[in-house]
Design a protein around this ligand. Sequence first.
Ligand SMILES: [Mn+2]
Length: 322
Amino acid sequence: MREVAERLERARRVAIFSHVDPDGDAAGSALGLAHVLRDSGRDARVFLPGGAPDLYRFLPGADGVEADPDGVPADRDLLVVVDATSPSRLAGLEGALGSGPPVVNVDHHGDNTRFGAAHWVDPGACATALMVYEWARAAGLSVSPAAATCLYAGIVTDTGRFTFSNTDARCLAAAAALAALGASPHEIAVSVYDRASPASVRLLAAVLSTLDLRAGGRIASVHVTRAMLEETGARAEDSDGFSTYPRSIDGVQVGLFFRETEEGAVKVSFRSNGGVRIDGVAGRFQGGGHPSASGARVPGPLSTAKEAVVRAVEEHLRGSDG
Ligand SMILES: [Mn+2]
């Protein structure tokens, strides 16, 4: 942490980047860091691939989020990448790194490639937003209600509302402190979780009807196709939370969620129960993530991708049976 902290302290004009398909922690940690830096007299710009996701537009500062830059903004003296395991996760932003100012890498994914001039990777942190909060406290910097709101949002979403196995005393203590600093747990929960459109509920019904149980009920999967999005009028991001359903079924050790992308590839979310590690299987498909929550992007079509992934998970479960 120390070298990253020193570089942040010296920086005056910072650009902050995060990963493709920005989730609550990507947006929350990037915006929270930007608030803390600005409140301590720095200039900070936030870049997210595709801009701020609709779901996180309510976060203070989301209006100012910029999409892919044309190269590194020339006046920056430090680039900070948050919540991204490798530069390839930055998609269109990847090209902005490497030629310009030094990069520091702040992340909580154990499989982070430790890229950048300095890195701070803490797999024990429930969210990158937690790390940003702890850095701000250690540096003696103030955390405004706006910053607290962004950082809390990162923590609550990356812990599945404080239910995933990464939820621990450290993360709850930070959440409590952020609430004391002005984050509203209720308003954030309503903004993120209680805002289903009719189309998104119809999409959920369609997706759940694809439920497929394999390996004697130890593997469960559901999928969403482009056609289902068209038929229901839902948006791709409306399915963001659906990966939790297959895993929640009694007896399921691995839950899979397959999403057909616009380009014809298939995004796979891996979720596991009961100490089954799933990040290695995601890694076989050039993906990665956390031991019980990982992701990968697999070539289509959907049926082929699904069979390949299910087979790999079956093999993995047989292997872990010893
Ligand atoms: Mn995260």
